[in-house]
Design a protein around this ligand. Structure first.
Ligand code: PGA
Length: 256
């Protein structure tokens, strides 16, 4: 068994009012209790961070955001800084999700600035990488993942690298019900770990958690989560309902 503790993170995307978010998180917290086998993170929209953060007080579930701006403050209408997230006791932030790369034209260079600013402010980045269907079909998967990973992590020190979580999310599997096969997922996860070893050393690479994301559900999670280099999941659709999210936490806890 790997020494890395499994991590299940819910990416709620643009879903739930603050009141709905609090009821969902209360169900999760009461079912999870004090379990410590798996690290659990929920990432609600900005508008629910404060209320969800309060509902998580004393619970064994951590708070994450879905985006952050690299600057500490200033004239950036509509944006939120690391300090603002920390003030709500957020400890994680999703960076470089494919929806932000696609719909908001986020570049690897901008994503890298967000990663560096988050680490500086003690916020743990969940850096998302992954290929589109066209890139997979043209055999470009590993090249695309390598570019996104190495550009996103430029300037990160070996020490701080252990605070980074990587999420491999094949774009064609997100919200589509099309999950990557365990072989496809494990191949990319192993490739990412080898790149981390090359750039940060083997010991650091062995400590970094690499999550799979893209239509992960209770039915397919046990097989994915038992792969050597798959250390958890970044869950979209199945994180919006307590039963499926809790089943994913159980699936992660059951992996030996
Ligand atoms: P999905 O989303 O589980 O709905 O495919 C995953 C993600 O986008 O993080």
């Amino acid at each position: 068994m790997s020494s890395r503790k499994k991590l299940i993170a819910g990416n709620w995307k643009m879903n739930k009012t603050s009141a709905d978010a609090v009821s969902l998180v209360q169900e999760i917290v009461s079912a999870i209790g004090k379990q410590t086998d798996v690290d659990v993170v929920v990432c609600p929209p900005f508008t629910s961070l404060e209320s969800v953060g309060k509902a998580l007080d004393g619970a064994n579930v951590k708070l994450g955001a879905q985006n952050v701006h690299p600057e500490p403050s200033g004239a950036y209408t509509g944006e939120i800084s690391v300090g603002m997230l920390r003030a709500f006791f957020a400890s994680y932030v999703i960076i470089g999700h494919s929806e932000r790369r696609t719909y908001f034209a986020e570049t690897d260079a901008f994503i890298n600035q967000k990663v560096l600013a988050s680490l500086k402010g003690q916020l743990k980045p969940i850096l998302c990488v992954g290929e589109t269907l066209g890139e997979r079909e043209s055999g470009a998967t590993l090249r695309v993942v390598q570019t996104q990973l190495e550009s996103g992590l430029e300037g990160v020190s070996k020490d701080l690298m252990t605070s980074v979580v990587i999420a491999y999310e094949p774009v064609w599997a997100i919200g589509t019900g099309k999950v990557a096969t365990v072989e496809q997922a494990q191949e990319v996860h192993a490739f990412i770990r080898a790149l981390l070893a090359k750039n940060f050393g083997e010991a650091t690479a062995q400590k970094v958690r690499i999550l799979y994301g893209g239509s992960m559900k209770p039915a397919n999670a046990p097989e994915l989560l038992s792969q050597k280099d798959i250390d958890g999941g970044l869950i979209g659709g199945a994180s919006l309902e307590s039963r499926s999210f809790l089943d994913l936490v159980k699936a992660a806890a059951a992996v030996k």
